[in-house]
Design a protein around this ligand. Sequence first.
Ligand SMILES: NC(=O)c1ccc[n+]([C@@H]2O[C@H](COP(=O)([O-])OP(=O)(O)OC[C@H]3O[C@@H](n4cnc5c(N)ncnc54)[C@H](O)[C@@H]3O)[C@@H](O)[C@H]2O)c1
Length: 367
Amino acid sequence: MTINAKHPVKSLMSHTLLAPELTQQITQLFMAAGCSEVEAHQVAANLVMANLSGHDSHGVGMAPRYIDAVLEKNLIPNSQIAVRVDSGMLLGLDGQRGFGQTVGVQAMNLALDRVAQHGACIMSLAHAHHLGRIGHFAEMAVARGWVSLHFVNVMARPAVAPWHGGDGRFGTNPCCIGIPVGMGDNANEPFVLDFATSLVAQGKMRVAHNEGKTVAKGTLIDEHGQPTQNPGVVVVPQSNGKYGALMPFGEHKGFGLAVACELLGGALSGGGTWHREDDGKRAVYNGMLSIIIDPQALGTQLSFAQETLAFIEWLRHSPAAAGSGGVQLAGEPERAARSQRQKNGIVIDDATWQEIKQAGAKVGLTI
Ligand SMILES: NC(=O)c1ccc[n+]([C@@H]2O[C@H](COP(=O)([O-])OP(=O)(O)OC[C@H]3O[C@@H](n4cnc5c(N)ncnc54)[C@H](O)[C@@H]3O)[C@@H](O)[C@H]2O)c1
């Protein structure tokens, strides 16, 4: 995504915090909203990990929206998953409107137990509140040497236009694929592809709007269906009370994948698909279909490890294109951001920081 600071920058101030300090402050915020200390810390650590990974769109800037959703009573602190179907390799779970950072991890842990027993698991999770960075779940599986696929829909104001459509009809429906590379002494860092099926994530528009920046041509349409570079069209209601929309990535192909995420994450999980006008609620629900496979159970563990390694090596030997830093693989930018931000801290723009302070005030906490 190209973001240009052509427009007057709204907030020049920013706040730089080290991850432990930021985690502690956000933990206090969620405790004030009614989360147990364990849950508050789990949610805060997950959001801070998104910031560390370079995805500020899914970091602590989401906290004010979560607080609004709790106050609306549409996000229920300290919820647990409910098991609707459990037939060994198949799990049908309900997140009961709990924090995605809690119920999503519970759901994945249950699915990983099933993979250990049966070699694979198909798990659906309905009615989870925002699951945050989906790569978090794939990383749980690849850490055990397993492949992990995730199709997710977003039940909130529809922010993305269909290919050749003129208004928002569905969410930024993320798709994520985690694949371990090599094994044992020859294990490489895993491939973790994790992206919104919109051209850019909605949260990145919030960050750009808060920073007073414009975005690349072709990213957005306004409330009248006309192309625009102003990220505010998907962040705040426009003159006619309506919002603009993001474009899907990859033209008709990305649009197709977004629809598949809606149908698999929403319809197949039982969480539902979006087919109504915006109801103005602050809660964001996700439905997720996850497929996790142990290559050993498929009988290909050794060749899988060799082939993943050989193919990644092959890609790395491609000469760098002019003006580029050379080939990178999915997962690398996040790992590079983590080592840099762990050391130098996380920069929060002033508008986002003020929103976090206001969220604190709503639950009686001074930040
Ligand atoms: N829970 C939700 O409702 C929801 C909705 C949308 C997005 N998200 C999350 O938002 C996050 C950000 O999504 P995004 O679409 O903005 O991500 P993005 O456009 O930054 O793309 C991220 C993916 O591309 C890879 N990548 C980036 N640069 C690369 C390069 N030069 N070469 C090779 N690979 C590269 C990354 O490793 C990562 O896998 C994701 O974690 C996603 O799960 C969540």
